[in-house]
Design a protein around this ligand. Structure first.
Ligand code: AMP
Length: 273
């Protein structure tokens, strides 16, 4: 596995190849969720590139950038063992400069849900993903469904900016008890870890109600909120796949999203129906 840290060197290296490139962007502290993206990329492409970059522009003032988990050596081993060909490990100064051109998230869909509690978060996400996609120029780029709004906005950016990369959505990897895997789970105490299960349990309940033909969003959300008690809920929403409000669940076109705080840790989860 080659480790490259500058955009220039990576571009030169990848420009020589005619092979298909699968790209998995991450912020490190890799877990089984990330590995599932890498495995899919490995299966579907000749070359696999993973980036590890803790992107400062997607963190708001006072957020957890400084204490975000870092496991550089373990991450390198995981990449090597997962069959990654190139690990891109840039420094912030190689990605950003002073007085930059800016890319803004859409005014409506970029500022609801997570974008409402974290205004400007998706400006940073889209900017870094655009930069990384331009550096790697992949055939396919892999993103987790766990970050549903991020996945949606990246797909929208690719479509609206007429980019040619194919965005591949990957299912959420979960612990055996249902908790969605996340780099932030290590912040949870034992007690909080138990409380956090209410998030996946609420989504499981929604799935169960829908299988029993309860399709009214209000009824489902109210039951989910009951299960989530006493967690601090940022949102529970039932949306169409284009991220507009859905008054009723429509199988094949619905996503149900939850964000809740457990202790001081914000956790996201969702199901696609
Ligand atoms: P992050 O390092 O948190 O920026 O995540 C990098 C990529 O991994 C993003 O596309 C995430 O959606 C994806 N990811 C994170 N957790 C999971 C999970 N539990 N299952 C599947 N993909 C995930």
């Amino acid at each position: 596995m080659k480790i490259i840290s500058t955009p220039k060197e990576l571009k030169e290296y990848l420009n020589q190849t005619q092979q298909t490139i699968g790209f998995v962007p991450t912020m490190g502290a890799l877990h089984e969720g990330h590995i599932s993206l890498i495995k899919k990329a490995r299966k579907e492409n000749e070359i696999v590139v993973v980036s590890i970059f803790l992107n400062p522009t997607q963190f708001l003032k006072g957020e957890d950038l400084e204490k975000y988990p870092k496991k550089d050596e373990a991450d390198k081993q995981i990449c090597k063992l997962s069959g990654v060909d190139v690990l891109f490990f840039p420094h912030a100064q190689d990605i950003y400069s002073e007085d930059e051109v800016s890319l803004l998230a859409p005014k409506v869909r970029g500022f609801v849900l997570e974008g409402r509690s974290r205004p400007s978060h998706f400006n940073g996400v889209l900017t870094v993903v655009m930069k990384l996609l331009n550096i790697v120029n992949p055939t396919n780029a892999y993103f987790g469904r766990k970050d549903a709004q991020q996945l949606y906005l990246i797909s929208l950016m690719v479509e609206q900016m007429f980019m040619s990369v194919n965005i591949v959505a990957v299912e959420t990897a979960r612990e055996s008890d249902g908790l969605a895997m996340s780099s932030r789970n290590i912040y949870l105490t034992k007690e909080e870890r138990k409380e956090a299960l209410k998030i996946s349990a609420s989504l499981y309940q929604a799935g169960k109600m829908i299988s029993q033909k309860v399709l009214d969003s209000k009824i489902i959300i109210s039951k989910m909120r009951e299960i989530l008690e006493p967690l601090e809920i940022s949102y529970v929403e039932i949306l169409n796949r284009d991220f507009t409000q859905a008054r009723h669940v429509e199988i094949g076109n619905t996503v149900i999203l939850v964000e809740a705080k457990v202790g001081t840790t914000r956790l996201l989860d969702n199901i696609w129906l």
